[in-house]
Design a protein around this ligand. Structure first.
Ligand code: HEC
Ligand code: HEC
Length: 208
């Protein structure tokens, strides 16, 4: 193959790579306006502004990436992610409903949360920013970002989330009760102690 031809093929392939995800993303984009009406039943638990309800085990959804949110809804529906409350909530939703609801919550502004001031806060910060080399826990920051805003679409926002909810998810990943993560989180949480889980969940609640 001449180098000219190789260069042409390379240009075509990389051009196609740039174009493909864009068209797929466009086809899958939901409408926040349509999602608002479809999310009316969700406000009782997730808050009228998406910042969570009175029970700290009900997560905040405001500012959550649309694709991540739609994936969670699809996973609740298929049973890939299990929760008795959410399973009932998604039963009647179509894939388009899920994308619209995702776009709606993505468009809402997350309010800053707060961390409890306790001794383990430093441990939480160290783990979030640097991981634990001794036990092979990767730094959370490398996927969820230094301020916990996530890296869309795969790595979700975790900043300001209720510590109760975050802790419950980490324990669920650790015990393989939640396995809809492509093994990214189950492998990490498996190596974390329960004290580390508590500490990092509290630290993340204060990130913004
Ligand atoms: C009765 C309370 C309740 C209602 C109503 C409710 N949810 Fe939930 N939702 C929960 C609870 C509890 C969880 C946490 C489940 C877990 O621990 O895994 C949750 C989790 C979620 C998650 C996962 C969040 C994440 O960060 O991964 C999404 C997305 C979600 N709900 C969307 C919705 C939508 C959309 C509706 C309306 C169609 C809705 N919920 C209605 C209680 C509720
Ligand atoms: C290699 C990348 C990676 C690293 C490092 C990582 N995560 Fe994650 N995390 C993910 C992915 C991917 C998901 C989404 C799983 C899904 O799609 O359901 C996730 C989801 C989560 C969730 C659930 C969020 C929700 O809204 O339900 C929490 C909590 C979390 N991670 C905390 C952590 C903590 C704490 C650390 C550090 C100890 C960490 N992550 C390190 C990739 C990573």
């Amino acid at each position: 193959m001449t180098s000219n031809r190789a260069a042409l093929i390379l240009a075509l392939v990389s051009g196609a790579c740039l174009l493909l995800p864009m068209t797929a993303a466009q086809a899958e984009r939901g409408s926040a306006a349509a999602g608002k009406g479809k999310a009316a039943a969700c406000a009782a638990c997730h808050g009228a502004d998406g910042n969570g309800g009175p029970d700290p085990s009900w997560p905040r959804l405001a500012g959550t990436n649309a694709e991540y949110l739609a994936k969670q809804l699809a996973d609740f529906k298929s049973g890939a992610r299990k929760d008795p409350i959410m399973q009932g909530m998604v039963a009647a939703l179509s894939p388009q409903d899920m994308r619209d609801i995702g776009a709606y919550y993505d468009s809402l502004s997350p309010k800053p949360g707060s961390a409890r001031k306790e001794e383990s806060l430093k441990m939480g910060e160290r783990l979030y920013r640097g991981g634990n080399a001794k036990t092979g826990v990767a730094a959370c920051m490398s996927c969820h970002g230094p301020s916990g805003h996530g890296i869309p679409p795969r790595f979700p926002r975790v900043s300001g989330q209720s510590a109760t909810y975050t802790e419950k998810q980490l324990l669920a990943f650790k015990s393989n009760k939640r396995t809809n993560d492509g093994e990214a989180m189950t492998r990490i949480a498996f190596r974390m102690s329960e004290d580390e889980i508590k500490a990092v969940a509290n630290y993340m609640a204060g990130l913004h």
